[in-house]
Design a protein around this ligand. Structure first.
Ligand code: AMP
Length: 395
């Protein structure tokens, strides 16, 4: 792996691809600066080593050059977090951008305008990547959130930095965390998969079957399994077309020696709302008019017992409709049990969209070993894919 400390940054301009794709409110203020905070260690390192930083990022999905997607909107926040002045370039390529980059002194930081103001970025255009490459002498990728995209600034640019490219600290931490689960996790290894749809998790499940000792399936996916086995699921969500697949998966898990865990009881609602009436049913005997929306108390107890015996835990997807407090108990209990296991020495990785949101919402962030900053990139890593942004650094 090409490490940050393999490079000499003294009097060098480092191009750092960061992920500053942060949420903004209607006043165009940053509402969650997690990603900027996460990029700080790499930037600090380059500055401490006597270099300067040219920061490249995208923000949102602009169609034209809409001002609400300008990275100018975040300059003050970036400056506050880094604790130094941040210069801004209205263009990310071209003569003006190059002149501003060339004028940088060691210790200075320059943030370039939104890469996605140029359609060439997402097309992975080689000429555009070469223009970006002209901004500095060393290339660092620290944007795990876009490492699964073969875009100009995340992948294509790397070819212009033979021997002068490396992983940023955040990217390295993400890759290490995934490897700790997928390659060298201490056993027993447990994957907890929740969320709404089995169809969106098939490739992950398949890839995990070769890595884990236990697979816990929760959330809305459960009912496709239960119905396929002949159970009554009332109004619970179900992907009938994946019923055969669910049965096949159970066989595959058994053949591979993976223990599959499904909830034995559920908390159901008579309406898809927080205020719905609630009733507990065995998972395979939900009455008509009721919809399974959370793991039931017996399941939660059993899940807790399992989780606290495992030494490597991956969590992707909530155990119920956690957005409704009335149906959040299973997700919270599982999160807390992972926290307990982690305190007892297990390695826990939380990744992929809604489970990260749930962990944050319930204040469980400090209880996990690692929380991934990249949704899609994390999911593709779990599917066993080699991310193009990472492969480009190794070539
Ligand atoms: P995913 O993006 O696939 O991880 O799905 C996350 C979503 O699944 C969340 O918005 C949850 O509310 C939803 N979800 C979890 N359990 C259920 C359930 N039993 N019924 C319906 N939706 C669910």
């Amino acid at each position: 792996m090409n490490q940050l400390n393999d490079q000499n940054f003294q009097n060098q301009r480092a191009i750092i691809r960061v992920d500053f794709n942060v949420p903004l409110n209607e006043k165009l203020e940053v509402t969650d600066a997690t990603r900027i905070v996460a990029a700080k260690p790499t930037i600090d390192y380059v500055l401490q080593q006597g270099g300067s930083c040219v920061l490249l990022s995208h923000l949102g999905r602009p169609k034209h050059q809409e001002p609400e997607f300008s990275l100018k909107n975040i300059v003050a926040t970036v400056s506050e977090i880094l604790g130094c002045e941040v210069l801004f370039s209205e263009h990310c390529v071209g003569p003006e951008a190059e002149a501003l980059a060339q004028a940088l002194q060691p210790g200075q930081v320059l943030l370039m305008e939104n890469l996605r103001y140029h359609p060439e970025e997402t097309k992975g255009d080689v000429d555009f990547a070469q223009q970006l490459a002209a901004l500095g002498s060393i290339y660092i990728n620290d944007a795990f959130g876009t490492a699964h995209r073969a875009h100009a600034s995340t992948t294509i640019i790397a070819q212009f930095f033979e021997g002068k490219k490396c992983f940023g600290q955040l990217l390295k931490k993400e890759v290490d965390a995934i490897e700790k689960v997928m390659k060298n996790g201490a056993s027993p290894v447990l994957a907890i998969l929740g969320g709404a749809k089995i169809s969106s998790k098939i490739t992950i499940i398949e890839s995990l079957l070769d890595k884990v000792d236990h697979l816990l399936i929760g959330g809305g996916m459960v009912y496709t399994f239960i119905k396929a086995q002949g159970g009554s699921i009332g109004n619970s969500i179900c992907e009938d077309e994946y019923g055969d697949y669910a049965l096949e998966l159970m066989e595959k898990a058994a053949a591979k020696g993976v223990q599959l865990h499904l909830p034995e009881d559920v908390v159901a609602g008579d309406d898809f709302s927080d205020g719905a009436n609630r009733k507990i049913f065995p998972v395979n005997a939900i009455e008509a008019g009721w919809e399974g929306m959370d793991a039931g108390p017996k399941s939660v107890l059993r899940f807790k017992e399992l989780i606290t015996t495992c030494r490597t835990i991956l969590w992707n997807g909530p155990l119920g409709v956690f957005e409704f407090p009335s149906f959040a108990k299973g997700t919270i209990a599982v999160g807390e049990a992972i926290g307990e296991a982690t305190r007892a020495g297990a390695f826990s990785l939380v990744g992929g969209g809604d489970s990260v949101a749930a962990v944050k919402q319930f204040g469980l962030e400090t209880q996990m070993s690692y929380i991934s900053t990249g949704g899609g990139a994390m999911l593709e890593s779990l599917e066993g894919k080699i991310l193009p942004g990472i492969a480009a650094l190794d070539q």
